[in-house]
Design a protein around this ligand. Structure first.
Ligand SMILES: C[S@@+](CC[C@H](N)C(=O)[O-])C[C@H]1O[C@@H](n2cnc3c(N)ncnc32)[C@H](O)[C@@H]1O
Length: 280
């Protein structure tokens, strides 16, 4: 079972060499696996999903919820002049949307190849290659931080990321991020009817790992329950303002890995956490 938001046809490490398993994977191993996997698969990801993501759209997940309509970062017009950090930005589509609304976004990603796609699309945005667990910015550098499926599902220690986000935010700053909805971990990651029957324990937090023949992780995803995520947000120094579970809209007939109209109409696929930095 996996919930691979990015993955479609497998990593360049050939399928028969990458064994899928559930086992522990720490921060360093997860980070190393993510960097390698996204560097190897960025081209395929952007080819496969670039049209849906749009060069300058802000989409929160496979349901296609647009920040233009959702306004989770704040009301229309309020973004002008704000410093915004996009974490796990990929090709920086969301950052481009923010820039078009007058914000000053910085797009950060662990993967060099993803950021090369950001350069290819263009827009002159500041791009930073770094790990979300160690943000290379001074305290209080940003008014807002956001992430559409970037970094959080892939890190072993999300509280470390949240504390870093809190540190670089100014007082009262908003942190909005989307992840695979935790309930999805109980179901096979299949878009069809076979993805509708519970196959694993929702409470099993053991990471999903693909490893090579030497046992080295080449892809890692970390599962947290909904309650875990709320506790992590609070432990990171934030107040949870809203938890959005986008419903599958009629207009979206496109499958994305295990996300499909069939499943999307029955169970949530994405959870979006809207948080505000608690003051000291
Ligand atoms: C599913 S993609 C999402 C990219 C973009 N937000 C989008 O919607 O297309 C996940 C991104 O998170 C990045 N990522 C994974 N782990 C990370 C980490 N520890 N720090 C920073 N970025 C990370 C990956 O390189 C990848 O670009």
């Amino acid at each position: 079972m996996n919930q691979e938001y990015g993955r479609e046809d497998g990593p360049e490490v050939p399928e028969d060499e990458a064994e899928a398993t559930r086992r522990d994977a720490g921060d360093a191993e997860s980070s190393r696996a993510s960097r390698g996997w996204w560097d190897r698969n960025a081209d395929e990801y952007q080819t496969e999903h670039g049209a849906f993501l749009g060069d300058d759209r802000f989409v929160w997940g496979p349901e296609g919820l647009d920040e233009e309509d959702a306004e989770l970062l704040g009301p229309a017009g309020s973004l002008r002049g704000l410093d915004v950090l996009e974490i796990g930005a990929g090709a920086a589509q969301c950052a481009r949307w923010l820039a078009a609304r007058g914000a000053r976004p910085v797009a950060l990603d662990l993967s060099h190849r993803q950021l090369q796609h950001a350069l290819r699309i263009g827009g002159g945005l500041p791009l930073v290659e770094a790990d979300a667990g160690a943000l290379p910015f001074r305290d209080g550098s940003f008014d807002l931080a956001c992430s559409a499926y970037g970094a959080v599902p892939f890190v072993a220690d999300p509280v470390r990321v949240f504390r870093e986000v809190r540190r670089v935010l100014r007082p009262g700053g908003r942190w909005v991020f989307s992840v695979t909805h935790p309930i999805r971990w109980a179901f096979p990651d299949e878009p069809g009817p076979e993805g509708l029957s519970v196959a694993a324990s929702y409470f099993d937090r053991t990471p999903y790992v693909e490893q090579d023949e030497k046992g080295r992780a080449v892809y890692v995803e970390h599962h947290r329950t909904l309650g875990d995520r709320v506790r992590d947000v609070v432990a990171g120094g934030f107040r949870l303002v809203d938890l959005v579970e986008p419903e599958w809209p009629d207009w979206n007939s496109q499958e994305w890995g295990g996300w499909s109209p069939l499943r999307g109409n029955l169970i949530p696929g994405t959870a979006i956490f809207v948080c505000e930095r608690l003051d000291d």
